[in-house]
Design a protein around this ligand. Sequence first.
Ligand SMILES: C[S@@+](CC[C@H](N)C(=O)[O-])C[C@H]1O[C@@H](n2cnc3c(N)ncnc32)[C@H](O)[C@@H]1O
Length: 306
Amino acid sequence: MKKPIARWIDAALLRDFEAEKTDAHRLATMQDGWVERFGRDILVSFRTPEARERLTLELHLWAAAVAFDCGRIFTRFLPRKNEERGQPQLLFGDAAENLQTTAMERQLKFEIDFAAGYSVGLFVDQRENRAYLRKLTPKRVLNCFAYTCSFGVAAATAGATTINVDLSRKALARGRANFALNTLTTNVHQFIADDVLKVLPRLARRGEKFDAIILDPPTFAHRGPGKMFRVERDFEQLLLMALEVAARDGHILLATNCSELGRQALEVLARYCLKTAGRAAKFVHLPALPDFPHGAGASSLWLSLR
Ligand SMILES: C[S@@+](CC[C@H](N)C(=O)[O-])C[C@H]1O[C@@H](n2cnc3c(N)ncnc32)[C@H](O)[C@@H]1O
């Protein structure tokens, strides 16, 4: 049987990242796992013990070949069920050191916390979407499912005022810390700890309009007692609600990690919702990320409304 291959980024790409002041990115991807870098710290995510072993062994060989100075190494199991998600475990490094660090993406700083649970604070596969949002220089941004507000920070550094919505108060507190880390005052920004599906109709009733709306929901999540969000079922409703608050020439990002919702499926969903809402939009697909092999990472689609 053929051994699965892990694809590692090369020295030239590593230099490109360093030149653009990015130290949060993928290092390697294979069928059952991947390796990411956050500053000097490394996170090895794996579905099988074989993948963990192979990736940690190859990490040392890769680091020596490209002269990369590894800090700590953490490992994290990727379970099938959300309930089985656990915190990354320290494999190599000083256990007495603080588990927080800072990572950089095109000069923006983000807090990384290896003790905060399954996700450490930044989804590196959204890098180009954050950069695109900055380039749009929107005035008002609605960042739904904001998590640690990385999109809010990106927009705010480009001059936007933002509303960041997430069910988790803890995530929003980390979001505020990310604003502070980038010397952005938070008094013109809002952080709303509530259900996006409740907030969107409220904003619509108030007649609010946004130049950019970020829709990057989880695949599934609890919304409250007996209520679930399932992206395959609910993305349509979510986009229809977002279209109600999108400015005439606004932009909407649709992003998902759900493997059933690839690029084509997002286009079909967008076409249906645009028709239902009586709106028109150009579809914008950003170039593939150089550190992600084809098919790895989130699927996304920008709608440029007309
Ligand atoms: C995939 S993460 C979003 C990642 C984020 N867009 C980023 O790039 O950093 C999902 C987030 O959605 C939040 N969430 C889940 N269901 C929600 C809901 N119904 N309303 C608001 N937030 C929700 C979770 O608390 C979590 O922080």
